[in-house]
Write a protein of this length. Structure first.
Length: 214
């Protein structure tokens, strides 16, 4: 089942993101179930996530929570473009080594305020900055003990001073009680609904049909 992992599960793997974010801390690491996934299915997983990105794919509590967040951001100027990437902070794309700069880059996800950094066959990263924090969402494709592959997500953050650290602490309960549970359901359903049923073995198919992956 989906689970939160220690930060070492991210830092111990040879991800290219480590070269780019030495001054960021690992805030969260999660594993998401992608039953039947193979080593070459990471692009399909990203396509599934793109198809469900934005408010339409979110639960009602998550949409309400983010609506409140954007209202507060507008009220206090947290999301002013001058506080974002290219304003308060420089884009991490400026740190990319030459080989990553040459990799093809898909369009940004619709409906979310992140900007893509790079995309590989087993790794993807995008960034967001505002007055509170500069953050990276890193996705990786990892083999499992049963021969499948699963999606890993790491949130890397660089808070903006004391205010940013207080902000991150204040939103922590909402992330764990609302955002991550909803994200889990959305992302795992995206994989199941994106035409991968034929990849499932009999045991996995039985568990899905009997509600284990609801």
């Amino acid at each position: 089942m989906t689970r939160r992992l220690p930060g070492t599960e991210h830092t111990s793997r040879p991800w290219r993101i480590h070269e780019i974010t030495p001054d960021f801390r690992v805030e969260d690491v999660w594993a998401f179930r992608t039953p039947g996934a193979g080593p070459d299915d990471f692009p399909a997983m990203l396509a599934a996530l793109r198809a469900t990105a934005g408010p339409a794919g979110q639960s009602l509590p998550t949409r309400l929570l983010f609506a409140v967040r954007w209202k507060l951001g507008a009220l206090f100027g947290w999301d002013d473009p001058r506080q974002g990437v290219g304003g308060r902070v420089r884009s991490l794309r400026e740190r990319l080594p030459p080989d990553l700069r040459l990799e093809p880059l898909s369009p940004d996800f619709d409906g979310i305020p992140f900007t893509n950094l790079y995309e590989l066959g087993d790794e993807f990263a995008m960034e967001l900055a505002n007055e509170t924090v500069h953050t990276v969402c890193h996705l990786g494709w990892v083999p499992t003990d049963n021969g499948d592959h699963e999606l890993r997500m790491a949130a890397l953050v660089k808070p903006n001073g004391l205010f940013g650290r207080l902000y991150m602490a204040a939103i922590s309960p909402f992330r764990y009680l609302v955002v991550y549970p909803a994200m889990t359901r959305q992302w795992e359903r995206a994989w199941r609904d994106h035409g991968h049923a034929d990849n499932l073995d009999g045991a996995t198919r039985f568990r899905e049909e009997n509600g284990e992956f609801k």
